[in-house]
Design a protein around this ligand. Structure first.
Ligand SMILES: Nc1ncnc2c1ncn2[C@@H]1O[C@H](COP(=O)(O)OP(=O)(O)O)[C@@H](O)[C@H]1O
Ligand SMILES: N[C@@H](CC(=O)OP(=O)(O)O)C(=O)O
Length: 559
């Protein structure tokens, strides 16, 4: 094992190293840290002493500080506390002044927590901004101030400022800037993806300014941050940007640095970043504030990431499809990632990645019902009794049946098919293959507008038809059964029995390598009914009782 340590503001300390634990002392402080996991990892371990910033880099992996003892010669500042967690509140949680006041109360009801607060735009604002942008393209410069959505946004934010008792000056520049931007769009008669991202950024920029001003007004020191100013660095894929590694040290340096100087609660815009080449504002895809929260959690090595929603956690299915959906108490990162990727709106598809990398638990809670236990997402959980965890529906999916025109036994067919998708930059969701045919579904999130969908599909079909017979099937749904795939035979047996009873024909099936997901493809118009029927079979009868485990691990249904 190799380890290196960098000390800022102190001379090289004494260092003792064994395979599990690093011990060292400096200026009368003794440190002891446990080394675990097997990845290159680097983080600030402690910044609590004024002149010491300590960074531990260890090739063997993660370092957790176990003990810190102050001697008579160096006293720690007892009033200074570390940032402890991220608390992210979505649009529904900060929909009005009243909701912002409730959220402030909620944050302050945890006096031991020093959270980084991440906020989305006030509910409906992002959609209204997008709609205002679309209208501006064709309404003419002189008509911009008549755009209904612009009036709604202005009125909502000014009213919220008044009701919170904060100066409207905190958002005045943004309201003015928003109108100017829409006039620019009207003049140019176009809304590029880049200007669309800039346009929607006004939502988060205003909600965070209002909220931080309110915290300060009630005597709790807070500081507003725009994500694109503090080092959230992304690719330049406007509307769907990806976070780059450089983000982690930059965000950590900025937020921890400021916190140690002024102890003001950081209130950060979710959803936004800064393109590394363009330096323009980018967005992380709809629902991207969850990803902001987990990114900050990882960057700062915080204890927990909380995402506060308007539901009692991750549920057994989308409550809009079936109101009997129940909260799931515990999920693994893999389960949550799969669930989010396959369409559960409750979490951003990529939001689990930083949490998993930093091994930081994510807690999904309800800001309207804070005492509900919510869902805890961690690296592992007890799967001994787990069968099905959640059912997820992804609608309006396009499916392709691709059959080779060559004879059986030809090699390289799969490679040719997938290189076509790579060339066209299209992502594939679910795949089932035989030697001469492939069925797959295309990820609709890659298709940004209606015209592009048709255009891209035409391109795919044209390319693939050079090597295969292609059958394009639209209006399909993916039903993902997330759970313990070790029990796949039981899940499939029960699932197919339900589908057969309901007269539903499954068109494709795939059991992912993730070991937590079985995907079934059905027609769009049958999908909701399928989800309800599966939900009642798996969650409203006692599934665990119906399963008995033989010593060999074989699962049999007793019903
Ligand atoms: N499996 C699920 N569990 C919980 N909520 C779900 C699920 N599938 C879809 N949803 C929807 O996700 C919503 C919460 O996600 P979202 O609106 O993005 O929250 P926020 O804006 O508060 O971050 C819920 O109101 C619910 O309608
Ligand atoms: N405001 C953005 C980002 C976001 O994360 O929102 P929410 O947390 O309300 O899903 C959106 O509507 O997509």
């Amino acid at each position: 094992m190799a380890a290196s340590m960098q000390f800022y503001g102190v001379k090289t300390p004494e260092l003792a190293l064994n395979s599990k634990r690093i011990e060292f002392s400096s200026k009368g402080l003794n440190f002891s840290a446990l080394v675990s996991s097997a990845r290159v990892f680097s983080r600030n371990v402690d910044r609590s002493c004024k002149n010491i910033a300590l960074r531990v880099t260890c090739e063997a992996g993660r370092v957790e500080l176990l003990e810190r003892k102050a001697s008579e010669t160096f006293k720690l500042n007892k009033t200074e506390k570390k940032l402890t967690c991220v608390m992210k509140f979505g649009g529904s949680s900060v929909a009005s002044a009243e909701r912002m006041i409730q959220v402030a109360k909620l944050i302050l009801s945890f006096p031991d927590e020093k959270p980084v607060v991440v906020l989305s735009a006030m509910a409906k604002t992002t959609n209204k901004l997008l709609m205002a942008g679309e209208k501006a393209v064709c309404c003419g410069v002189t008509n911009v101030d008549t755009i209904e959505e612009l009036s709604y946004i202005k009125e909502l934010h000014i009213r919220t400022a008044h009701e919170l008792g904060v100066e409207t000056a905190v958002i005045a520049e943004h309201l003015e800037g928003l109108e100017q931007l829409l006039k620019g769009v009207a003049m140019m008669k176009e809304l590029t993806l880049r200007s669309r991202d800039y346009l929607v950024s006004f939502g988060e920029c205003m909600s965070t300014r209002l909220f931080a001003a309110y915290l300060n007004k009630i005597g709790h020191k807070a500081r507003q941050y725009d994500a694109f100013e503090i080092g959230i660095i992304t690719t330049d894929d406007f509307t769907n940007a990806d976070i780059l590694e450089a983000t982690y040290p930059a965000v950590s340096k900025k937020l921890l640095g400021d916190w140690s100087k002024e102890n003001a609660l950081p209130v950060v815009t979710g959803f936004l970043g800064k393109g590394w080449r363009s330096c323009a504002v980018t967005t992380l895809g709809r629902g991207g504030s969850d990803l902001t929260a987990t990114t900050i959690g990882k960057a700062l090595g915080l204890r927990e990431i909380q995402v506060w929603k308007d539901v009692d956690g991750v549920l057994t299915c989308d409550p809009n499809i079936y109101c009997g959906a129940q909260p799931v108490p515990h999920l693994t990162f893999d389960e949550a990632a799969e669930l989010a990727y396959f369409g559960a709106q409750v979490l951003h598809p990529l939001s689990m990645r930083p949490a998993r990398e930093g091994n930081i638990p994510v807690r999904v809670k309800n800001s309207y019902n804070p005492t509900a236990p919510g869902t805890v997402i961690t690296r592992s959980r007890d799967m001994s009794k787990a069968v099905l965890t959640s059912i997820v529906l992804k609608r309006n999916v396009t499916m392709l049946d691709i059959t080779s025109t060559r004879m059986l036994g030809q090699y390289g067919f799969l490679a040719k098919v997938f290189s076509t998708f790579e060339k066209l930059g299209i992502s594939v969701d679910v795949v089932a293959t035989s030697e001469v045919s492939i069925s797959l579904t295309l990820d609709p999130s890659k298709f940004c507008s209606r015209e592009l969908i048709q255009h891209e599909l035409d391109q795919v079909v044209e390319e693939l038809e050079k090597i295969a017979v292609v059958n394009l099937l639209r209006h399909r749904s993916i039903i993902s059964l997330i759970g313990n795939v070790q029990r796949s035979s039981f899940i499939l047996e029960k699932g197919f029995r339900v589908l057969r009873t309901n007269g539903i024909n499954v068109q494709m099936i795939s059991q992912g390598a993730s070991k937590v997901n079985i995907s079934l493809i059905v027609n769009d118009d049958e999908a909701e009914h399928c989800v309800k029927a599966l939900h009642s079979a798996f969650f409203e009868t006692d599934t665990c009782e119906a399963v008995s485990e033989c010593p060999t691990g074989y699962i049999a249904a007793s019903s």
